[in-house]
Design a protein around this ligand. Structure first.
Ligand code: ATP
Ligand code: LTN
Length: 334
């Protein structure tokens, strides 16, 4: 790993919250594309457990989900010898930089964030300050490693734009310090919608048939897809405004088979909705079954995961510390 980090490859940073089991949306919108990037870039994939605290978590489950997230990264094909994989909480420089960048971020900017508005509505009993400053910690994650590219789903684009604005603002005051990161958003799969409410994104914190989890058994997946909301005109075509449910099934199909939406529409247009659902469930199951098998194996070996986390955190701390010190010097803390 270290040799690639000091090479001249561009750096990629991304992360997921261990706020539940990984969903099909996380996989198709983010994780699947990460696997294809690992040879070409210096990749850093973090489990952003501090971000998860913005929503109330059960401590025992959080601990379990945090380890399982790393096991799923590996099971999905991320090679722990090629990529830096670690827990956000193990590299304290993330929160140090976050405080500093808070002082370079405006209230109005944070107040405009769609995710803040959505989560404030969803968790109205707990609109905490962390939920508000969430994007600043995310900007710190990214800027701390002089990241060039950030592969995320469509929903994170606004946060990334804010990270860019913060970097540009800081550089303007103190001279070139941060690299201004670019988003890397895949085409299909960028936004997978909920099965029961296809007008909202599939979220790993939903637990009611709206979300397919990577660890769901095949019969559960089949049942969830069968119950997916569609419409009554019996036409298979992509139209997110008038046919959000069918469009979502087509997105899932295209994303897994790597066919274009047009090719998928052409292939499936003469099927009934029942058949479409069966076909979609089958491709999902076929895609994730090998991941599940590897995941089960990895979960039996917690020491292996712990060792990867320990080694990688040391390497991440080294890079983070160097870059944080540069910031300290620029602003007069050192
Ligand atoms: P939560 O439900 O706890 O807010 P989440 O499911 O939105 O979590 P995150 O951990 O915040 O997941 O996101 C991890 C990655 O998955 C991000 O890159 C995000 O853009 C992507 N992602 C999340 N949901 C979807 C989705 N429905 N479609 C495509 N990509 C998604
Ligand atoms: N907010 C992100 C998770 C996240 C992240 C990051 C993604 C936290 N820090 C840095 C990319 C880069 C989300 O996906 N919901």
């Amino acid at each position: 790993m270290v040799e690639s980090i000091v090479s001249d490859k561009k750096t990629i940073f991304s992360g997921m919250q261990p706020s539940g089991q990984i969903s099909l949306g996380n996989y198709l919108g983010a994780l699947k594309s990460w696997v294809n990037l690992q040879d070409e870039y210096n990749c850093i994939f973090c489990s952003v457990n501090l971000h998860s605290l913005t929503v109330r978590q059960n401590p025992e489950l959080l601990r379990q989900n945090t380890k399982q997230l790393i096991a799923l990264y590996i099971a999905a094909g991320l090679d722990p010898n090629k990529n830096l994989m670690f827990l956000q909480s193990d590299v304290y420089q993330h929160t140090q930089l976050s405080w500093i960048l808070n002082c370079y971020t405006y209230f109005g900017e944070l107040n405009r964030m769609t995710q803040f508005k959505e989560k404030s509505a969803k968790y109205e009993e707990n609109i905490n300050a962390g939920l508000f400053t969430y994007p600043v910690l995310m900007a710190s994650d990214i800027l701390l490693y002089k990241t060039n590219l950030v592969p995320v789903g469509e929903d994170q684009k606004q946060h990334l734009e804010l990270a860019r604005d913060i970097a540009i603002r800081f550089n303007k005051i103190y001279g070139e310090t941060f690299i201004v990161p670019e988003p890397y958003i895949g085409k299909v799969g960028a936004r997978i919608m909920g099965l029961l409410d296809p007008t909202k994104k599939m979220s790993k914190s939903d637990n009611n048939g709206n979300t397919i989890f990577l660890t769901d058994e095949p019969n559960i997946i089949l049942n969830k897809v069968k119950r997916a909301v569609t419409d009554s005109d019996n036409q298979i075509r992509f139209d997110t405004i008038n046919k959000p449910g069918i469009s979502n099934l087509l997105s899932i199909y295209s994303s897994i088979t790597q066919k274009t939406i047009l090719e998928s529409e052409e292939e499936l247009k003469n099927k009934g909705y029942g058949d479409l659902k069966k076909i979609v469930a089958e491709v999902i199951i076929e895609e994730i079954l090998p991941i599940q098998e590897k995941f089960k194996e990895l979960c039996k070996n917690e020491d292996y995961i712990n060792e990867i986390l320990k080694q990688n955190a040391i390497k991440a701390q080294e890079i983070a510390d160097k870059n944080l010190n540069e910031v300290y010097k620029k602003i007069g803390i050192k």
